[in-house]
Design a protein around this ligand. Structure first.
Ligand SMILES: Nc1ncnc2c1ncn2[C@@H]1O[C@H](COP(=O)(O)OP(=O)(O)OP(=O)(O)O)[C@@H](O)[C@H]1O
Length: 619
């Protein structure tokens, strides 16, 4: 389970660093509005209920004033009971309406956020590889969690608050004007002060909160790193240094946290002070007017109620300002991702790659990443169906890039790549990749059972087929020795099985997928001898009968390849089989002699060892 809030680990603050650009804010709100408008009936209902709740709230002070003027002061109690019942009914109805409104609103906002989250996740799955290369996982996670959270909070709280605040502002102002114009002017005197002060405080509070989020981000990033790298920490006895470093961050977070709370805590009491002053002013002037018979006590009481209802929304809007900003910033960051063209866009017109035999031709392929530096130059070679092509060469030579181009994870700049004579740029990526299996060096497994992980290669495979693939991948033996067998739960971090075993599972996955083309990035990490033998056997099995491209590090793999491509600085400097290349006495010969280019392991000894194992062990 992911324990850290990714937004925190990347130090991304939900509080926007600068005032949002008005144009982009309007555009973002419009788009968010489109999501909301998917539920028009509920939305109209929420609006009507908000209107009703505000109307009922506005009725309260009027009725209280009327009770005073008509019944209490003249001492006439006929009809007073009815008025009291009406007041109670208004209060009950008002609560009921607010309750209904919050239920419907919760549904609308949750549905909106649900569809936003769904769209974002689906879109993320379809984004091209280069997009991910430039983003940290934490940042992407933060867009699907924290940014969406901010949108959700804004929709849940600020939206209705804003609507009802506006209604209350207009409503109470109208009522005040209706009751007494002079008292209204007094009430309005403090309004600009309140607005100004609220903005002043909220700006300062925001800076503190931003600082708090940043410190929190750093601290969590630190925790995340030390937890995931705890082995290294222990190994190098860094525990006390780490603890001291943590204390420093923790201290900074405490200080900024206290400042943030002090600033935000100032808002309430000061707003109260303004409120009480206005209240006092109105009461005093109102009393003076009443004494001179220029108004009635009832009107003053009603008026005091409305003045409260008028200043309340002003505070509210000021308080909601931060949240609305965070929500809009969150939505903006979500839409930013949704606007990146998906990998499969503009593919509708492309053809479908028919089932292939596996002939692959690279013809004068040149390629550069966004950096503009030419990485591959004039790569030309042919792989016939069923052949094994080993790619060898120094690190950074361009081996991974070549195999990435085969799956069209990047687009080439020059030349062409043909599969069974079809240019791969003329067929859809989906149909191309459906013919391709990839076994990566850092065997990636998902949380779930071993069976599910193997089945990832072909979802409709039966349990028997999964086991058969595991047998062929030499994984069956270790799996059946586990207490839960194929039902053993794996963690994404893979703490419960070894590196070699993970590799075998990914090979089983590729065998099950049974594609005509295979790309295999041989692991360089050293696994124990027995696992090494198993992996070699499994590789032999998986490459049999399919055109395979192996980024090879082991001599045993390279020797058996039909063609070895020796890559250096993005060019094929030599190609041929093991014997031919040795005879040539070029780079391959050098690498072979020095053992620098690949691991100098003679397989014979190990293979002999393997033969000695009981048949049930090697399967
Ligand atoms: N996404 C990328 N953006 C920009 N440059 C890249 C990218 N990926 C790789 N490169 C650069 O392209 C060159 C070839 O990289 P590539 O990964 O293909 O080499 P390699 O031969 O597979 O190396 P290794 O054996 O170490 O895996 C390197 O100089 C690398 O820095």
């Amino acid at each position: 389970m992911y324990c850290f809030r990714p937004v925190i680990s990347t130090g991304i603050s939900p509080y926007p660093s600068k005032e949002l650009n008005l144009m982009s804010t309007t555009a973002t709100l419009k788009r968010l509005g489109q999501y909301l408008l998917k539920y028009p009936v509920r939305l109209i209902l929420v609006f009507l209920l908000t209107l009703m709740a505000a109307g009922l709230t506005l009725l309260g002070p009027y009725l209280t004033g009327a009770a005073l003027d008509r019944y209490i002061i003249p001492g006439r109690y006929e009809g007073f009971l009815e008025l009291c019942i009406l007041l109670i009914a208004v209060a009950i109805l008002s609560s009921l309406v607010s309750w209904l409104q919050s239920i419907i609103l919760a549904e609308v906002s949750q549905r909106t956020v649900w569809s936003l989250r769904r769209d974002l996740f689906q879109h993320l799955q379809q984004l091209p590889i280069p997009f991910f290369a430039g983003k940290s996982h934490g940042e992407l996670m933060s867009r699907t969690t924290n940014d969406i959270d901010n949108v959700s909070n804004t929709l849940n709280q600020s939206l209705v608050q804003l609507i009802s605040s506006v209604i209350m502002l207009i409503g109470s102002l109208t009522m005040m004007l209706f009751l007494n114009i002079w008292l209204t002017l007094i009430a309005l005197v403090t309004a600009p002060l309140i607005t100004f002060f609220a903005k002043w405080i909220s700006r300062r509070t925001q800076v503190q909160f931003k600082g708090q989020q940043q410190e929190l981000g750093q601290m969590n990033g630190f925790i995340e790193e030390t937890v995931s790298g705890h082995k290294v920490v222990h190994l190098f006895h860094q525990e006390s240094r780490i603890a001291a470093e943590f204390n420093e961050t923790n201290e900074r977070l405490k200080k900024v946290g206290i400042r943030a709370q002090i600033f935000s805590g100032v808002m309430g009491p000061f707003m109260n002070l303004f409120g009480h002053t206005t209240y006092l002013l109105i009461a005093a002037v109102g009393g003076w007017l009443a004494v001179r018979d220029l108004t009635t006590v009832g009107i003053i009481v009603s008026f005091l109620g409305y003045s409260r209802q008028f200043s309340g929304p002003l505070n509210e809007v000021a308080n909601q300002y931060n949240m609305i900003q965070a929500g809009v910033a969150g939505a903006e960051r979500v839409f930013e991702i949704l606007d990146i063209p998906s990998e499969y866009e503009d593919e509708a017109s492309l053809g479908h790659l028919k089932p292939i035999t596996g002939k692959v031709e690279f013809k004068g392929v040149s390629f550069q990443y966004d950096t503009g530096k030419e990485i591959l130059k004039e790569i030309t070679f042919t792989a016939n169906p069923g052949e094994t092509i080993a790619l060898v060469g120094p690190t950074g030579a361009g081996k991974t890039t070549i195999v990435n181009l085969l799956g069209r994870f990047f687009e080439i700049n020059e030349g062409s790549i043909l599969i069974d004579g079809t240019d791969i740029s003329t067929v859809s990526k989906n149909s191309l990749r459906a013919q391709l299996s990839i076994v990566l060096q850092d065997a990636h497994l998902f949380s779930g059972t071993i069976r599910d992980n193997i089945r990832y290669g072909r979802l409709e495979a039966t349990d028997e087929e999964v086991e058969e693939a595991a047998v062929q991948a030499h994984a069956h033996l270790f799996i059946s020795r586990l207490a839960q067998g194929y039902l053993t739960e794996l963690s994404a971090e893979g703490g419960n099985i070894s590196q070699g075993q993970r590799q075998l599972i990914t090979i089983a996955r590729a065998i099950l997928a049974d594609r005509a083309l295979l790309i295999l990035d041989e692991a360089t990490s050293s696994v124990d001898t027995l696992a090494e033998i198993q992996i070699q056997k499994a590789i032999k099995q998986v490459i049999a009968g399919r055109t395979s491209f192996i980024i090879a590090h082991r001599l045993s793999t390279i020797r058996h390849a039909d063609t070895i491509l020796v890559i250096k600085d993005g060019q094929i400097v030599e190609q041929g089989n093991h014997e031919e290349l040795l005879l040539r006495e070029g780079l391959y010969y050098e690498l072979h002699g020095s053992g620098k280019g690949f691991e100098e392991e003679e397989e014979s000894g190990k293979m002999d060892e393997l033969e000695l194992l009981p048949p049930s062990y090697v399967k």
